[in-house]
Design a protein around this ligand. Structure first.
Ligand SMILES: Nc1ncnc2c1ncn2[C@@H]1O[C@H](COP(=O)(O)OP(=O)(O)OP(=O)(O)O)[C@@H](O)[C@H]1O
Length: 244
């Protein structure tokens, strides 16, 4: 059974060198929903993800993780979180199958569970026919899908995706989103960062980050209506102080 995981971020600050990457960020990530964290380059999206993953410690503020409504320690949650970084670090010479086998060993997944997951993932990503192809010879979209497969191999309950569709062609982008909807139906908490404003509309809740602060958030349609704009492009430009 999937455990329902939620995350509450309260007043988190994080300074990196001379930059205040996060400045008093408070956010509620609700179990089973697809959250889009959007914002321009340097807004703090990656820093937020790395903080949620425990890779960076906040300078101030707290992050609370809940499972089925009960507060749990980060250590209990960590194995349930999958992360797909902006540039998945895959091995160019290893095939798709060799990558999956590598992560099976790393995550210590049983052979039986692995066979089931492998088949399922190859089917949903439609990468089955390419299972023997080296990662270095995959298209950009396929490469990203392989990154996602490696992250999903151990059935996470939370998945953090940092700009998963950046630089991917529109068809692969659409396929990728179908894949995310599929995951959302399993009540996995999904956090996705994106710089594509059309993708913001695909999320159930959107949070706009700007210079390390949350400047607007809500359900996509309601948020646009409240801000008096028609598109996320307009919202984005307005918050950046630029004419639409
Ligand atoms: N290691 C670092 N040292 C100093 N400053 C950093 C470091 N990493 C990031 N920053 C700065 O922190 C701020 C937030 O960066 P972050 O990478 O979180 O933004 P982002 O929204 O993910 O941007 P992008 O979409 O370009 O990845 C930026 O001003 C960035 O320049």
């Amino acid at each position: 059974m999937t455990e329902l995981v939620s995350i509450r971020v309260s007043g988190v600050d994080k300074r990196l060198g001379a930059n205040q990457a996060l400045a008093g960020v408070s956010l509620d990530f609700v179990a089973g929903r697809m959250h889009g964290v959007i914002g321009p380059e340097g807004a703090g999206k990656t820093t937020l993800m790395r903080t949620l993953l425990g890779l960076l410690a906040p300078d101030a503020g707290t992050i609370e993780y809940r499972m089925n409504g009960n507060a749990v320690a980060f250590d209990a949650i960590r194995p349930r979180i999958a992360y797909m970084p902006q540039q998945p670090s895959l091995y160019p010479d290893l095939s798709i199958d060799e990558h999956l086998e590598f992560f099976r060993a790393l995550y210590r997944i049983s052979r039986e569970e692995y066979r089931r997951r492998r088949e399922e993932l190859l089917e949903i990503t439609r990468l089955g026919p390419f299972a023997q192809r080296a990662a270095g010879k995959l298209s950009g979209g396929m490469y990203k899908k392989l990154g996602l497969m490696c992250a999903l191999l151990r059935s996470p309950e939370v998945i953090l995706l940092d700009e998963p569709t950046n630089g991917v062609d529109p068809i692969s982008r659409r396929e990728f989103w179908e894949l995310l909807y599929d995951l959302a139906e399993r009540r996995i908490l999904i956090l996705v960062t994106t710089a594509y404003m059309d993708e913001a509309e695909r999320c159930s809740l959107v949070h706009l980050l700007e210079s390390g602060r949350v400047v607007a958030e809500g359900e996509p349609r309601a948020l646009l209506a409240r801000e008096g704009v028609r598109t996320f492009d307009e919202l984005f430009l307005r918050h950046a102080g630029l004419p639409a």
